[in-house]
Each structure stands twice: as C-alpha cells, then as structure tokens.
Design a protein around this ligand. Sequence first.
Ligand SMILES: CSC[C@H]1O[C@@H](n2cnc3c(O)ncnc32)[C@H](O)[C@@H]1O
Ligand SMILES: [Zn+2]
Length: 440
Amino acid sequence: MDYLRVAGGRVLRPDGRAERADVAVDRDEGTIRAVGPPDEVDDAVGATADETLDASDSLVIPGLVNAHTHVAMTLLRGYADDKPLDPWLREDIWPAEAELTPDDVEAGAELGAVEMIRSGTTAFADMYFAMDRVADVVDRAGLRARLGHGVVTVGKGDADARADVEESLAVARELDGGADGRVRTAFMPHSLTTVGEEYLREGVAAAREAGVPVHLHANETTDEVDPIVDERGERPIAYAESLDALGPDDFFAHGVHLDEGEVDRLAEAGTAVVHCPASNMKLASGMAPVQRLREAGVTVALGTDGAASNNDLDVFDEMRDAAMLGKLAADDASAVPAAAVVEMATAGGADALNLPGGRVEAGAAADLAVVGLDAPHLTPVHDPVSHLAYAARGNDVRHTVCDGEILMRDREVLTLDAAAIQERAADAAADLVDRVDAAE
Ligand SMILES: CSC[C@H]1O[C@@H](n2cnc3c(O)ncnc32)[C@H](O)[C@@H]1O
Ligand SMILES: [Zn+2]
C-alpha cells in the first residue's frame, strides 16, 4: 500500500480525547489504516511510511464539514450587507445571480474551494446553479461534496417551474458518484415557500424513486414560517412531512424557528439540521434552539451558508459562533459546549450529509486537518478541544488531507493554483457587478 504517516502530533479521537498518536493513511484506499502510539503504528501497518506529514505541536482532527453553503457566492462576498433575508435576496442577491454565467460559478467555486482547503474543510454541501461546474471543481480540488441544483418556482410559469425541478433531478441523477465517488447529490428545492406545493410533491417523489436525499432551507425566518402556518394551518415541519420530505437521509438548513413539536418530529424522523449561526446573526434571522435539538437527539451539523451572508467559509468561525450563540439562546453558559460544536463540525456534518469522514479512527475515510497549536493566540494549551471551538482560526490549519490525498501541505494548496484562482475570481466578480449595474 502507499502509506502516508501523519506523525508527531496529538490526535482528536471520536470520544473527544486528544491523545499523542500517529495516523497511518492508506492512500490507495483513501482510508485510515491505524491510529496509535508512534512506536506501534508501523508495526500495525506492517510497513514504513512512503511519505510523512509533520504534526508536531499540532492537533490532527477530522476534516471539517461545511454542511450548507452556496460556494460560488464567494463572488458576492461583501456585495450586499446589513439587510434581512427577504429584501437582501430580492433587492440584491437574486438580481445579481440573474447575471451569473457558468464560468462565474466555476470561478466562485474555485475560490471557495481554496478557502475551504486552507481552513481545513474537506467536505461540503452545496445548493446552487451550474452544478456540473461545481462538481468539476470538487474533482480537481480533491474535496468531497453533496451537490444539488437549487429550485425556485415562485414567479415562474408552469413550464419553467417544471424545467427547474427536472434540472435538479437530472443533476442529482447524473452527477452522483463523480470525482471517484467523492461527489454525491441531493434534490434541493430552495425552501417550502419559494417552491410551489405541486412541484415539491412531484420532485420529492421523484427524488425518493432515484434514492437521493432532500436538502432545503427550513424554518429560517418568521417571514417564512408565518405564511405557511396562516395558509396551511400547520407548521413547516408538518408540511415537509406531508410532502414525504422528512426522511432519515434528508437535511434541512437553518431550523431557527422550530417549536417543541417540530424538534421532536425531526428527532423521530432522523432528519438532520444544519445550523448556520453566522448567517442567522447577520441577517437577524434568529437564534436556533441548538441545545434543545441536541438533547432531543437530532443530528446537528454546521454550515457557513454563502459567503454573502457570513462573509467567509471558515468552519472554525462557525464553531465559535455556534458555541457563543447557543449559550445566549439557551440563557445558559453551559449550553452548546466546546466538545459539542467540534462534534457538529466533524462527525455531525459527515452524518448529516451521509458522507464518509468525520472521525479519526481505523477504517474511516482519511479526511484530516492538522491544526498548528503553537501560535501566540493558542498558548498555553490547557485543552485542545477548547482551542478548536473558541480560539483557533482557519489559518491555523497547516495541512489538509481528503480521501488520503494531501490537498494542502505547510499551508500551500497543492491541488489548485490559489493565486490564479484569486485573480480570476476578482475579475469575474468585477465583470458581474458591471453587468448587474448595466441591467438596472
Ligand atoms: C436556488 S440556489 C440557492 C439560493 O439560495 C440563496 N440563499 C443564499 N443564502 C440564503 C439563505 O440564508 N436563505 C435562503 N436563501 C439563501 C442563494 O442566493 C441562491 O439564490
Ligand atoms: Zn443557504
């Protein structure tokens, strides 16, 4: 086997302990072969390493999972700030997205991929347009992703609405298994209010037939929940259930305005919630009941949402925001502790997306981030898990590995040309804004 050894550091184990250990990676299989004391790992593998990644003064953690984003929205970072969701989308974001080309989506996705690799993210879920281009970027970057074309039918005639649903289903069927199996897919209606009932019903039925999960924005704002309650006399999660969209492989973004009954239904159904604390704060959408969701047994993951509402794709920021906001929401400083947000950003994310990874253990996918712990803002190290949640930042990541491949070594991205991508994305964003201005 082609053996990569991640050596000399501490390793975050699935039970939350950080122990001195090396990690033996089988690069042919893309899996972790063994985790153990440095003097025992070679014996466990029966070989000496072909290549070593230095993890001294560092913590080896599962690659982080960004479980809800719109990665190409990096082109709209800082384009429109300081508004609530609905006017932000209608006045600024959707008019700009109307001018987006597939080349723009590719440029924005490449920029997002560089940003994610640099901050230790190895897997993400993406809802957007031109998803064949996003899948191609995932392939070249060496990342893992669950991708879907986002459907919006409000404001469209029946033919266009059906075509949008069909496109999402076609993307889900055709891109699944790409990038040597690192690309998986989902049917992705934008939300329960921006897609009409008949389209949701037909699309979900077809997704069930194709065996792909459903991902949508749910219970994000009161402006979205109230019309569903007023018009249907039922809460959004009950509506989703009536559409057969509440399955164990499905995952909903936001879940801010959930009542007790909805939390219990999510737990019973096994549907995961992707908590997006930065986006929820920036758009003033509200505070998700994260502690309650976890206590009820719901799988909770973390997502940045798009870079226009965050404004970065750094899951370390999300961990810190989730811990801080979780305490405020529960009015309890012990709520959503460090270990919980680390779990949400790793195993919780992998479980929500039903993708490999999320745990550093023998047999698991070799998706890893090596976080340097020797910076002044991380000194002293009383508790490395506390540092992951509260003090570390994306640029503390030294190396990133996905599916056994080194994507970043010593802070240099190896799979993509980061400088060229940054320049291309800046040019694409400037041209996009010129086109938007001209269209107004
Ligand atoms: C139809 S593709 C996805 C669609 O979602 C928009 N979007 C970005 N952030 C959010 C959010 O927080 N809630 C709802 N929709 C969001 C994005 O701009 C695309 O149009
Ligand atoms: Zn979103």
